[in-house]
Design a protein around this ligand. Structure first.
Ligand code: PEP
Length: 249
């Protein structure tokens, strides 16, 4: 059975002091109760060096929250995949709904970012999900399949190296969670799409994200096609994040 992945997305919530105390608390919790899943924390770029120093080999993995679609050059403010790699980054979020919404990221741009990450040996966590209006219009499947199709088309057989995070936009940071059945239904659609694209689709972890917390994680993670979680708010509280990790076996 493939290992689950629990990834924390700290978003733009961090400071040197807060990061250190959160990591230390997580490390103490995991020393007492070792994880049976993969664990990662995705931090803002300025803190990668700090986290690289704090995280021990074989423990929690380091993740970034975004990557440039360009390799190098005159792209002021951008951070390339090879730069992330130099700081020990193992995972990188691409296409988070907040980037699609506030930064106008298109499906094609997200696919290019995934490509750059893969080329640098970083696993992209490709975030996809429908808005409330799209769900209410009965367009959930169409939207998530379109978003994933762009990544499949750009990455060919390498798609078996990605992680997918299904994050219904209406559930992110809202306290509203997709029910385990709603989430499983979409995950099964995504699994079928990946299977049609790759002979190795079974190994692709499909995470659920959207107000996953200490109370609902176990039920969500028990679904057949939910291979882990992408956690925002609850990843900032060590006790909650540790409970979610413990729920992932
Ligand atoms: C996220 O930002 O990816 C997320 C899932 O946030 P939250 O858990 O706070 O809904």
């Amino acid at each position: 059975m493939k290992k689950k992945l629990i990834a924390g997305n700290w978003k733009m919530n961090a400071s040197l002091a807060a990061n250190e105390s959160l990591v230390r608390a997580l490390q103490a919790g995991l020393a007492a109760n070792p994880a049976r899943c993969d664990v990662a924390v995705c931090v803002s770029a300025p803190y990668l060096a700090q986290l690289q120093g704090l995280l021990a080999p074989g423990g929690m993995a380091l993740g970034a929250q975004d990557v440039s679609a360009f390799e190098a050059g005159a792209y002021t403010g951008e951070v390339s995949a090879s730069m992330l790699k130099e700081f020990g980054v193992r995972y990188c979020l691409v296409g988070h709904s907040e980037r699609r919404l506030y930064h106008g990221e298109s499906d094609a741009l997200v696919a290019s970012k995934a490509q750059r990450a893969l080329a640098a040996g970083i696993t992209p966590i490709v975030c996809i999900g429908e808005t409330l209006a799209e769900r209410e219009a009965g367009r959930t499947e169409e939207v998530v399949k379109r978003q994933l199709a762009a990544v499949i088309a750009a990455n060919g057989h390498c798609v078996s190296e990605i992680v997918v995070a299904y994050e219904p936009v209406w559930a992110i940071g809202t306290g509203k969670t997709a029910s385990p059945e709603q989430a499983q239904q979409v995950h099964a659609v995504l699994r079928a799409q990946l299977q049609a694209a790759s002979a190795h689709a079974e190994r692709i972890q499909i995470l659920y994200g959207g107000s996953m917390n200490a109370a609902n994680a176990e039920q969500l993670l028990a679904q057949a096609d939910i291979d882990g979680g992408l956690i925002g708010g609850a990843a900032l509280k060590s006790a909650d994040f540790l409970t979610i990790i413990a729920a992932a076996q």
